[in-house]
Design a protein around this ligand. Structure first.
Ligand code: UDP
Ligand code: MG
Length: 355
């Protein structure tokens, strides 16, 4: 094992064979050495909420695994407003080990916010995330790193042999993974696995809200990252309780709609609202013309016909949808132009001219 992370020289096509997004043939630009000087190769980010029983084990297993891996590393533990002794224990750890940074939230903001805070602190070239309850095995980190060195930007763990209950954990998750894979077109077996590795430069373009941490691979792929997965070890929870229940499924579905919409239409909302709007209005106008023909040419009474109600409804909904699309277009412009945020992400610019 090498002591320093080596930037992979990307072999054309190699990640594409196994992954979804082949990187193109252009080799990566080497980052300026200064960008990473003094920075560790890996930043491990661990969100933690009321896990006092696990901390001692986490401390030991994570440190050992990282030391064995040979990479330089830092550990960023985000205490998500724990109300037990977790923070006191983490502080003791941070005070004796300079490789540990503990970020303490004022209250419980949730796992997504904790990841986000960890990413903001991270200095490493690669960010690895995992759970504090040790259901993930830190000894798998080198496996993820091997894929990163192959040239992937995101490596997702796949709990092939997941140690959770079937009915309320594994089954919903299986269905959700299928659905998310189909909708986002980033095919992974296990979106829910926390053990993942990301190249930090890709992560910089990913903004997290709600409970979007599960969708980071899809979001990162939307900004041009190459995604793959590797099977990882999974263990049952030894201490404490899971912080989630079955209600999470509904939130995952709603988040999926957000990810799909923002991924495909965030810079052109009129295309989705407008399409439905036009369809609806067109149907309404057709029904209206049909009724008009019956009234004016055939002289029938149309006042009692349900179709009249439908025609009016379709036109009104159509107009509303188109208006919503136009409002969306204005919001998009405000979002991008107020922060000078381009609607694209450049990987590199090549020119021999003196610009
Ligand atoms: N967690 C967190 N904030 C929360 C809920 C959970 O930081 O509001 C942490 C928790 O301490 C653990 C990880 O997120 O390290 C995953 O949570 P959990 O093990 O309860 O989820 P499960 O493995 O059951 O899906
Ligand atoms: Mg867990």
């Amino acid at each position: 094992m090498q002591a320093q992370l080596v930037r992979p020289t990307v072999v054309a096509g190699s990640p594409g064979e196994a992954g979804q997004h082949a990187r193109d043939n252009v080799p990566d630009v080497m980052p300026s050495p200064a960008a990473y000087s003094g920075a560790p190769a890996i930043s491990v980010v661990v969100p933690l909420y009321n896990e006092e029983e696990s901390i001692a084990h986490l401390r030991q297993q994570l440190t050992e695994a990282l030391e064995q891996s040979g990479y330089s590393f830092e550990m960023i533990i985000v205490d998500d407003g724990s109300r037990d002794r977790s923070f006191a224990m983490l502080r003791d750890w941070a005070l004796v080990d300079p490789r540990v940074t503990v970020v303490r939230f004022r209250r419980n903001f949730g796992q997504t916010a904790a990841f986000s805070a960890g990413f903001n602190q991270a200095r490493g070239e690669v960010v690895v995330t995992m759970d504090a309850d040790l259901q993930n095995d830190p000894l798998d980190i080198p496996k993820l790193m091997a894929k990163i060195e192959e040239g992937y930007d995101i490596v997702s763990g796949w709990r092939k042999d997941r140690q959770d209950r079937f009915l309320d954990r594994k089954l919903p998750s299986m269905l959700a993974n299928r659905l998310i894979s189909n909708v986002t077109d980033v095919r992974l077996h296990d979106y829910g696995c926390s053990l993942k590795a990301y190249r930090r430069d890709v992560l910089q373009h990913v903004r997290l809200y709600g409970e979007l941490h599960r969708f980071i691979p899809a979001l990162a792929s939307q900004v041009g990252g190459a995604v793959t997965e590797v099977p990882v070890n999974h263990r049952s929870r030894q201490f404490g309780r899971s912080k989630y229940g079955i209600s999470r499924t509904i939130r995952v579905m709603l988040d999926l709609i957000t990810v799909w919409f923002l991924g495909a239409y965030s810079t052109r909302p009129i295309h989705v609202f407008g399409a439905f709007g036009l369809l609806s209005a067109f149907g309404g106008v057709l029904a209206g013309l049909y009724l008009t023909y019956h009234k004016l040419i055939l002289g029938e009474s149309i006042g009692q016909r349900p179709l009249l109600l439908l025609a009016v409804l379709l036109v009104v909904i159509g107009v509303q949808l188109i208006t919503m699309g136009l409002l969306g277009e204005m919001v998009t412009r405000t979002y991008h132009e107020s922060q000078d945020k381009p609607i694209y992400i450049v990987r590199e610019v090549v020119s021999s001219a003196n610009r």
